[in-house]
Design a binder for this molecule. Structure first.
Ligand SMILES: [Zn+2]
Length: 328
């Protein structure tokens, strides 16, 4: 049993992870846009300072670790995350993988088995290198794999990504978090694919499953041994908090607390929604979409619905620790 997990500041004993939010972003950015238009609005120092203050506030309400599934496709840039991590007393766990809903970037089109230039699957090489050696020339190593199975399902390109994820998982033993579309129940596609490829699905978090209140769907995932990500608290447009809370309470009552993790899918800064006008609209439409919502509002609501402190610890501490305890 490997008892250490890689974080931005180096390895940490899994027993020290403490209260862990399993799906939060430090920065979500669009590098092409930033490089060409960012001079109009991007201030590096301001953004780092802002991220530091948001993560310090999160630590102050008792969160010890965030798991950041920002990968290629979401503007991952580790030196900026390192600058933040150096100033906060919170563990940040980073990922490798590819965030795309249907097609892979053109960079990959002509390289890899059966393509114009053929050769080995470079996605596997990239993912494994990030996990074993470090990301982008830094010493920061990825501790899990992140990918997507969206409404479009397992398109040919997406199948190639998923196969690369499975291969990297098998070579390294690190767990997987897959972004899914709960309305289309794409967790079924993802888990079935992983099972066919021999992935240990107890090492899979089906991200965004908590956007659904369909207990049959959620239990189908958990009965296979996978974990559901109830990881968009505050994103009321997908599922309002009271409904998310009732669903989790019902599942806890039926004995599923050991297959549930909690988070917001929030970011210190996300350029999808940057700009004062968008921010104002967002605050109005989804006032609770921030790092503090679970600690301040959701946990009391869960307790009101009969969820015990022990079950809350299971979801926030034990399940993340188990997920990052590698068998390899
Ligand atoms: Zn996310």
């Amino acid at each position: 049993m490997v008892a250490e997990v890689q974080t931005v500041r180096g390895p940490v004993d899994v027993g020290q992870l403490g209260t862990t939010l399993m799906h939060e972003h430090v920065f979500v950015l669009t590098p092409d846009v930033m490089q060409n238009y960012g001079h109009e609005w991007w201030d590096e120092q301001e953004r780092v300072t802002d991220a530091v203050s948001k993560l310090r506030a999160l630590k102050a309400v008792g969160v010890d670790t965030i798991v950041d599934p920002t990968v290629v496709g979401l503007g991952r840039y580790i030196p900026r995350v390192q600058a933040v991590a150096a100033q906060v007393d919170i563990n940040i766990i980073t990922a490798t993988g590819l965030y795309t809903f249907d097609e892979i970037p053109h960079y990959f089109h002509y390289r890899g088995p059966g393509t114009l230039f053929d050769g080995p699957e470079l996605m596997v090489e990239m993912f494994v290198r990030d996990i074993r050696d470090g990301i982008g020339g830094t010493v920061v190593r990825a501790a899990f794999l992140k990918c997507v199975v969206e409404e479009a399902g397992l398109t040919p390109d997406q199948t190639r990504v998923q196969a690369a994820i499975c291969e990297a998982h098998q070579q390294t033993g690190v767990p997987i978090t897959v972004h899914t579309n709960a309305a289309h129940q794409t967790g079924r596609l993802a888990l079935s694919f992983y099972e066919q490829r021999g992935v240990d699905v107890t090492k899979v978090v089906v991200g965004h499953a908590g956007d659904s209140n369909d207990l049959d769907y959620l239990k189908w995932i958990m009965d296979k041994g996978a974990t559901i990500g109830c990881d968009r608290f505050g994103l009321d447009m997908f599922n309002p908090t009271p409904d998310r809370v009732r669903t989790i309470a019902a599942l806890c009552e039926q004995g599923y607390a050991d297959r549930i993790v909690l988070s917001h899918d929030a970011a210190c800064y996300m350029d999808f929604m940057s700009g004062e006008a968008s921010q104002a609209l967002l605050r109005q439409a989804m006032p609770n979409w921030n790092f503090l919502h679970i600690s301040q509002d959701v946990l009391p609501a869960l307790r009101n619905e009969g969820v015990t402190d022990e079950q809350i610890d299971t979801m926030l501490v034990d399940n993340p620790r188990r997920y990052f305890t590698s068998a390899s």
